[in-house]
Design a protein around this ligand. Structure first.
Ligand SMILES: [Zn+2]
Ligand SMILES: [Zn+2]
Length: 389
């Protein structure tokens, strides 16, 4: 089959690789009909996630048709149409029993590697480094899906791929980012990052009853999308975000702040960005946490900071004093996608949200190298790319 493979920093190649097979009685094999490139794939592309190997198949957002099932699979049959969540979860461990699927205790065969960096291991993730399981991803013609009775959700109506594909990651991720804010009527929510996850966090915050949402980014086309969704916007290259948020909230700060940026944050002013770039380049600091620092500093006393942007390792200059002295709560996590599949599919079906609005480009799988470059460099107002094999 053809698959999009990581070949080193800033290089992906579509290669001929062996077809996946059933390795465990609970596996299914899916023929991929749609797959997407995610902002977090750029962290791999940019070389910031450790334990990638040349030839690794990328992709954690995909859906398709079941073409083969292992002998123990009960809920899926050949021919079923499914969306596959990006975290791989067993459904039976202590974490899964509590709905914490992205920290499943059984799905990362390389847990030892993750433990060295993180203390304990999170779940395995499709196409996301050996430290997170080394699972081949879904930017391919076929993918092996472990624990096939636990993760995939069947799509039994005629909703097109483009409306349901993002159940695999970015829609539930944005939703969980807003849910972690405990939104109450009248709340003001600020969202750093107006990419697709930020756009879904904005939509979710409004659906949960936020009175105002303030979106922070620097790309005009992304801020326009946020505006169309009803958000107020701040271009952080034009204003001081802390001052602006203070002004917009009677001096108090937003009730909750969502970091939908993560480890490769940009910074408008020179010094702090140069510091983070230098520390990151010399591997003294793995992540550039500018958005996170700003989210903490901006949040009102007693408010919530919700972190859904991806971080890989260590950060510097973390404003712990601000967090502690001002009674902030910080919540975070890779999305527990399995928890949200049914309710969010229901919201898509009843028209509360049509996630396809984030798509800016549709391309073929074989164009993946060009697609990664476009997405990375935000060429042609690139917002979200769907690839079809
Ligand atoms: Zn993703
Ligand atoms: Zn589990």
């Amino acid at each position: 089959m053809k698959a999009n493979c990581w070949m080193g920093r800033n290089t992906v190649e579509v290669q001929e690789v062996p077809d996946p097979t059933i390795l465990n009685a609970h596996d299914a094999v899916v023929r991929v009909t749609s797959t997407a490139i995610c902002g977090s794939d750029l962290h791999l592309y940019d070389g910031y996630i450790p334990t990638m190997k040349k030839g690794d198949i990328l992709g954690h957002e995909f859906m398709g048709e079941v073409v083969e099932v292992g002998p123990e699979v009960r809920k899926l049959r050949v021919g079923d149409r499914v969306v596959v969540p990006f975290p791989i979860a067993c459904g039976a461990c202590g974490a899964c029993e509590h709905g914490m699927y992205s920290v499943c205790e059984n799905s990362n065969p390389n847990a030892g590697m993750a433990e060295k960096l993180m203390g304990h291991s999170p779940a395995g993730i499709f196409g996301y480094s050996h430290m997170l399981g080394g699972y081949p991803g879904g930017q391919a013609e076929y993918a092996r899906v472990p624990f096939a009775d636990v993760g995939p959700i069947k799509i039994e109506d005629d909703l097109p791929d483009e409306q349901v594909l993002f159940l695999s990651d970015i829609l539930p991720t944005g939703w969980m980012g807003a849910e972690m804010c405990d939104i109450k009527p009248g709340d003001v929510i600020a969202v750093w990052g107006a990419g697709p996850v930020g756009q879904f966090a904005i939509a979710s915050a409004f659906l949960m009853g936020a009175e105002r949402v303030i979106s922070i980014d620097r790309f005009p086309y992304r801020l326009q999308k946020a505006e169309r969704a009803g958000a107020e916007t701040l271009d952080y290259e034009k204003v001081d975000v802390l001052d602006a948020l203070r002004d917009m909230t009677a001096g108090r700060g937003p009730d909750a702040c969502i970091d939908a940026v993560g480890m490769e944050a940009h910074h408008p002013a020179g010094v702090a960005h140069a510091y983070d770039r230098a520390r990151q380049a010399t591997r003294m600091e793995t992540d550039r946490p500018h958005a996170l620092r700003e989210a903490i500093m901006s949040c009102r006393n007693g408010g919530i900071v919700s972190v859904i942007g991806v971080y890989g390792g260590l950060i510097d200059k973390f404003p712990m004093g601000s967090l502690m002295n001002r009674s902030l709560t910080m919540r975070s996590g890779q999305c527990h996608v399995q928890r949200y599949l049914k309710p969010l599919l229901g919201r898509i079906r009843n028209g509360d949200i049509d996630p396809s609005f984030v798509i800016s480009h549709r391309m073929r799988l074989q164009d993946a190298p060009r697609a990664y470059e476009m997405f990375k460099n935000k060429q042609d107002e690139c917002n979200k790319i769907v690839l079809t094999p």
